[in-house]
Design a protein around this ligand. Structure first.
Ligand code: NAG
Ligand code: NAG
Ligand code: NAG
Ligand code: NAG
Ligand code: NAG
Ligand code: NAG
Ligand code: NAG
Ligand code: NAG
Ligand code: NAG
Ligand code: NAG
Ligand code: NAG
Ligand code: NAG
Length: 501
């Protein structure tokens, strides 16, 4: 303690004199403890500094280590200003020994609990290019505003978004609880997931498991040792966007990897799945409109990609929406999906799934010869009000003509629900198949038509139904258009190859 005070004093003097003096760390490992004499219960290194200070550089070739102690029932709020040179290394380590290497930071918040955390700075020969200053503030645990839930082996997974109405969520599981975290729905906010903490038990006094940021980075579900898990967010002053899924461990026990993915609009999201060490899964979050597209899919020979609406359960494929093998990945993509949460599951081999949010970019609406796919209502298979969809798939030229084949495999026309298939041409009136009852239609009966485009509309007029599901297949009548590619394709392929390498 004396060492630090001397050191701080030295720096105050140094900064005061306005010289470009370099910081010489204390020669032994420093322990920083809360001290009531500190203004606002805040410790600064070097002292004083704030957002407007010129941050000091460091004397080359030294090792600085600070251990920050955290009293019971308190947490440490930590921020830093860091710009670490290539030949130096800054490591922040929590009480579980989990480390994060920091290259730059501009006061992004960290929260630590569990007795202590440590800060190590190894300064290389260019120490004068390494700039680092930090502050720690100790506070009592905030008052939880808790909510309680349970998960079971066979019950649904729970999805939490934002945590705006409660700051603490306690889950009780049948076996153990597991959590999959997603990047923030606001692109730059993901580092704020460091201030949402996960505990192994019923409250904040339970053992600390890690942060949502660690859960996201680890690519593995975070699992409790006990049957309970508590997620607590210190987000009072921030909008963090803590999105996560909680399941019973039974349903993820065989996964060697599991990730949360948020694909922002206007971007393309390549997702690589590698089942070399056992089955893997990736969960996607579509918080905005629930639409998701696969633009491209590459599967290794023999591997099968299974896609679920919602979370995947062990021994239960009731929410499996589609499966692809390598051959189907060539004909059945692009494909559109509806689901706030989707799960991509691969038991063996490898898969590259390129996800996107924009229908134009994926060319979902473009007819091409040999293309197959499916369409479904928004909440297919659930008795829901929001089932309506309107989709069109058509040729690029007004004079293009295709053969469409449609196989409606599930359809609920209860209440006033109507499924309408319309096939249009440049000339002549469109062919319309309107299905509102079973007198003129049987499931599995294939509807065929020739035209430039196909539109599918499902309208329930706000009544609850189980929706519909249909498969479609497009073939060309005029083979001279079969190999047509318009310029967008070439551009897109080159963009993709840049992303892959
Ligand atoms: C300081 O900590 C480092 C890393 O934990 C350790 O290797 C070193 O021996 C410690 N030095 C002293 C003087 O305690
Ligand atoms: C930093 O400077 C700005 C503008 O000069 C001022 O408004 C702000 O209060 C200063 N911040 C601190 C922490 O002194
Ligand atoms: C840092 O140190 C090197 C070598 O001593 C020196 O050449 C360089 O000018 C220094 N840079 C700054 C910003 O002081
Ligand atoms: C998952 O793991 C459990 C326990 O190891 C095992 O009994 C079960 O057969 C596995 N399931 C699959 C689908 O591999
Ligand atoms: C992939 O897994 C399935 C089912 O577990 C198995 O039938 C198939 O042989 C496996 N394929 C390869 C290439 O390992
Ligand atoms: C897709 O392209 C059409 C025509 O170019 C345009 O009107 C529409 O706004 C685009 N949609 C999106 C989501 O960009
Ligand atoms: C269809 O339209 C395109 C562009 O207008 C034209 O190049 C092509 O020759 C037309 N094909 C037929 C069969 O009329
Ligand atoms: C389908 O194609 C016809 C003929 O080009 C066109 O009039 C109609 O608007 C198209 N339908 C949709 C939904 O775009
Ligand atoms: C069934 O639907 C057809 C049109 O699709 C309609 O003409 C007929 O009246 C309907 N039958 C009943 C019983 O509603
Ligand atoms: C339509 O789909 C059903 C269910 O997948 C299938 O059993 C049936 O064979 C299909 N019909 C045709 C003509 O492909
Ligand atoms: C569209 O045009 C093709 C070729 O002229 C014709 O065979 C088909 O019946 C037409 N379809 C509609 C819906 O008018
Ligand atoms: C939809 O519901 C509204 C209100 O119940 C009703 O006035 C309207 O006629 C219905 N429309 C159709 C097409 O069923």
């Amino acid at each position: 303690m004396i060492g630090i005070l001397l050191c701080s004093l030295f720096i105050v003097l140094a900064l005061g004199s306005n010289d470009p003096v370099q910081i010489q760390c204390p020669s032994f490992n420093s322990t920083i403890t809360p001290d009531l004499a500190l203004p606002s219960n805040t410790y600064y290194y070097p002292y004083p500094f704030d957002q407007n200070s010129t941050i000091s550089s460091y004397t080359p070739n030294q090792f600085c280590k600070f251990i920050v102690e955290i009293p019971k029932l308190q947490y440490a709020y930590f921020t830093m200003m860091a710009d670490i040179n290539d030949d130096s290394m800054l490591t922040i380590t929590d009480c579980n020994g989990k480390s994060e290497i920091v290259m730059t930071s501009e006061f992004q918040p960290y929260v630590f609990v569990g007795g202590q955390f440590s800060i190590s700075l190894l300064v290389g020969t260019n120490g004068n290019n390494t700039r680092f200053a930090f502050q720690v503030q100790w506070s009592d645990f905030p008052t939880p505003n808790p909510a309680f839930y349970t998960v079971t082996k066979t019950g649904p997974a729970l999805f939490f978004d934002e945590m705006l109405f409660e700051n603490s969520v306690t889950i009780t599981a049948e076996t153990r609880a597991t959590i999959v975290a997603f990047p923030s729905t606001y692109p730059d906010f993901t580092p704020l997931l460091r201030i949402t903490l996960v505990f192994d038990g019923p409250d904040l006094n339970s053992p600390y498991l890690g942060t949502l940021f660690q859960a996201l980075r680890s690519n593995k579900p975070m699992v409790s040792k006990s049957r309970q898990m508590t997620i607590f967010t210190f987000q009072e002053n921030y909008l963090v966007g803590s999105n996560f899924v909680v399941q019973d461990y039974y349903n993820v026990q065989n996964l060697s990897e599991s990730r949360g993915i948020t694909c922002w609009s206007q971007s393309s999201c390549p997702v690589t799945l590698n089942a070399a060490n056992g089955p893997v899964s990736a969960m996607t979050l579509n918080a905005d409109d629930g639409d998701e597209y696969i633009k491209r899919l590459d599967l290794s020979p023999g591997s099968i990609l299974k896609i679920y609406c919602g979370a995947k359960k062990e021994d239960d494929d009731s929410n499996l929406i589609v499966t692809y093998n390598a051959e189907q990945s060539k004909t059945n993509i692009p494909q559109k999906f509806y689901g706030d949460i989707m799960t991509y599951y691969l038991a063996n081999g490898t898969a590259l799934v390129e996800l996107a949010e924009d229908s134009n970019y994926t060319r979902w609406n473009d007819a091409s010869s040999g293309r197959e796919g499916f369409m479904s209502s928004r909440k297919f298979g659930e008795l829901e009000f929001y089932q309506d969809v309107y989709e069109e798939i058509g040729g690029f030229y007004l004079n293009s003509t295709f053969q469409f084949e449609v196989n409606v495999t599930h359809l609920d026309v209860s209440n006033v629900a109507v499924l309408t298939l319309t096939f249009g041409n440049e000339t002549g009136s469109p062919t319309i198949h309107q299905i509102s009852n079973s007198t003129n239609f049987q499931l599995g009966q294939v509807i065929e038509a020739v035209g430039r485009n196909m539109t599918v509309s499902y309208f329930t007029n706000g009544t609850a139904t189980n929706g519909f599901f249909l498969n479609f297949k497009i073939s060309s009548l005029e083979t001279k258009f079969a190999n047509f590619k318009h310029p967008k394709v070439i551009l897109v392929i080159s963009v993709l190859s840049m992303m892959l390498f």
